[in-house]
Design a protein around this ligand. Structure first.
Ligand SMILES: [Zn+2]
Ligand SMILES: [Zn+2]
Length: 58
């Protein structure tokens, strides 16, 4: 199952929902749709899912 990282909607097989703005952090986990905790790092931002931990930068 895949969720939109911008709005958290279940994509239900669709490829794209919202277009993620360049340089913007993901807001929702693509794996579970949970709200992500975003930390600002010197190299950019790091997204943490409470379920899956740190997400790999895309
Ligand atoms: Zn969306
Ligand atoms: Zn997750």
């Amino acid at each position: 199952m895949t969720f939109c990282v911008v709005c958290g909607t279940d994509l239900a097989g669709r490829e794209v929902c919202c277009e993620q703005p360049a340089y913007d952090p993901a807001r929702y986990c693509p794996k579970c749709g949970r709200w992500l905790v975003v930390r600002i790092a010197p190299t950019g931002h790091v997204e943490h899912c409470p379920e899956h931990g740190r997400l790999e930068p895309s």
